[in-house]
Design a protein around this ligand. Structure first.
Ligand code: TRP
Length: 361
């Protein structure tokens, strides 16, 4: 069996730098590496509805935003099947069968679900659909026989849940499903890019995001007002680089060649950090450097997005084609699942013959 990628995003807003370093940049590299037989990227609208049931318009509006961000970053529909989760009804059927293989207490232990329940203030009124979304995510992954799921650290519990379902399914019904692996970013800063305010995560509700589609001056303002080291008051004071958002972003984005280009007084990030720690290096200089790098990353993305924005019908068309192609694959897996579960009554000539024998007098 070949190597297959499946991953995706909830369409609850435009994509930001956290998405970019956490998974998006990697996906594009993997797509272009030629090492994978197929790449599936899913806009997880059905999952987004599990905690936005009362706000379907938000999901509907953001489908195109996410698709534009994908294309702008370099995902290429010629190489990658981009599709919309809700257009693949087979995924629901798989989830319905997988539900029999997971206990309530197992779902309650999922750390990502636990945090999300707290963040959304669900406490005891947790929608069942939300509670069971890890099972639905197992359907997303297994339907495409994915071997590899490039995703952020917060998705680890989902992949572990998927692996458990696969093992249990295969043990009961025979070898049918593929056990996937998560592919995490290899750089610690990318694993968990903080918000511009230094808070743990970029999140729309905290207003601490830099979006891939933000205009250049907005990016600049965000960088110039970024959280640094509150103890670093005068330029000559020694500063901390740990927990200093500007340096975390540099860890995620800076490459050696950026110094020659934008900050030739320093040879490497280590040198820059050492100077900051020693004292005598002001925040503004470091922020300007980060801004130059981010503009270099974001400018081509913004330009490509603007081109794609000129033909929105073509994007819906691409998503429709992608969804049709994805559906074929999911339907083939579902047929295997039904056969393995012995609910393929009408396709099983043996069953009919056997039952005839049993009842014939
Ligand atoms: N849970 C993912 C997120 O919050 C989205 C998602 C849905 C996903 N199904 C998936 C990711 C399958 C990877 C694989 O962004």
């Amino acid at each position: 069996m070949g190597k297959i990628i499946l991953t995706g995003d909830r369409p609850t807003g435009k994509l930001h730098l956290g998405h970019y370093v956490g998974s998006l940049r990697r996906r594009v590299e993997l797509q272009n590496s030629g090492a994978f037989d197929r790449v599936f990227i899913m806009i997880a609208d059905a999952q987004a509805l599990t905690d936005n049931a009362d706000n379907p318009e938000k999901i509907r509006q953001n489908i195109i935003e996410v698709a534009l961000d994908y294309l702008a970053c370099g995902l290429d529909p010629e190489k990658t099947t981009i599709f919309i989760q809700s257009q693949i009804p087979e995924l629901c059927e798989l989830a319905f069968y997988y539900m029999n293989l997971v206990t309530v207490s197992r779902l309650q232990r999922n750390p990502t679900v636990k945090t999300e329940i707290q963040m959304r203030g669900f406490s005891t009124s947790i929608p069942v659909g939300f509670f069971t979304y890890p099972i639905s995510q197992a359907s997303d992954i297994t339907a495409f026989r994915a071997t590899t799921v490039p995703a952020g650290e917060d998705q680890e519990p989902m992949i572990e849940q998927t692996r458990e379902i696969v093992r249990r399914f295969n043990a009961i019904y025979g070898d049918t499903l593929v056990e996937p692996e998560i592919l995490l970013p290899d750089n610690a800063a990318c694993l968990r890019l903080p918000g511009t305010d230094g808070k743990a995560k970029m999140s729309k509700s905290l207003g601490n995001c830099i979006y891939l589609s933000d205009p250049a001056d907005e990016v600049r303002n965000r960088v110039m007002s970024m959280y640094t080291d509150p103890g670093h008051i005068r330029v000559q004071d020694p500063g901390k680089v740990e927990g200093n958002t500007v340096f975390t972003y540099l860890d995620a984005f800076c490459r050696p060649e950026h110094f020659a280009q934008y900050l030739p007084d320093y040879a490497s990030l280590d040198e820059l950090k050492a100077h900051y720690q020693r004292g005598g290096l002001g925040d503004v200089k470091v922020k300007k450097f980060l801004n130059a790098i981010l503009q270099e990353v974001l400018e081509p993305i913004r330009a490509r997005r603007q081109e794609f924005e000129q033909d929105i019908p073509a994007i819906y068309h691409m998503l429709k084609d992608g969804s049709e192609a994805a559906r074929e694959v999911a339907a083939a897996t579902l047929a295997d699942v039904r056969r393995a579960m012995r609910i393929d009554y009408f396709d099983d000539a043996e069953l009919i013959a056997e039952q005839s024998m049993k009842f014939k007098k």
